[in-house]
Ligand binder design. Structure first.
Ligand SMILES: [Ca+2]
Ligand SMILES: [Ca+2]
Length: 178
């Protein structure tokens, strides 16, 4: 029984090393000024929520070529090629870029968004963000809202947990075949 309990809790801990995906979407850009929205039911409480975002398209003119992401109408990110902290790849100067990055949502903001059990995600691109799929490949917006399980220690790298899980697995197997 004791051995079973150790195995059970070890397995639960290893499963929780993976962050939970709250919602994700991939949408191709086909027109200037394109918009998108979805409403997600939140079936769980989340903490340490963060967004992974990749966008590809015409985002180099700050005034008219941009990308904006909202949650419940709150502006989470406004990106163009001048935004600090992003990885920017130039596919074709002045026309086509791939921008990617990750950012956190403050817990207080998340709590206010999640209070009604619904997450409204929306985005928009600028009026002159021209999709140019035939010249430089399809343009798109690809996002995911993720959360770290609340009982994983803050600052503990996921890799350490994975190593612990691997050691746990090896130990369990050795015990089994002794
Ligand atoms: Ca441009
Ligand atoms: Ca809400």
């Amino acid at each position: 029984m004791k051995k079973f309990l150790i195995t059970f809790f070890g397995a639960v801990m290893c499963m929780s090393a993976n962050a939970a995906v709250i919602t994700s979407d991939f949408t191709e850009l086909t027109t200037t000024g394109q918009t998108y929205s979805e409403t997600v039911s939140l079936n769980d409480t989340y903490s340490s929520v963060y967004v992974d975002l990749i966008i590809k398209g015409d985002f180099d003119n700050v005034n008219v070529e941009w990308f904006r992401l909202f949650a419940d109408g709150n502006l989470l990110a406004e990106w163009n090629t001048s935004t600090a902290g992003l990885t920017v790849v130039t596919n074709s100067a002045t026309r086509d870029y791939t921008l990617s990055g990750t950012f956190a949502i403050a817990q207080s903001l998340w709590d206010s968004i999640a209070a009604d059990g619904l997450l409204d995600v929306s985005w928009a691109i600028g009026p002159f963000s021209d999709p140019t799929p035939t010249q430089f490949g399809s343009d798109f917006v690809d996002y995911s809202f993720n959360a770290t399980p609340s009982f994983v220690q803050v600052g503990a790298p996921a890799s350490l947990l994975l190593i612990a899980c691997a050691l746990f697995g090896i130990t369990s197997l050795r015990r089994r075949f002794k």
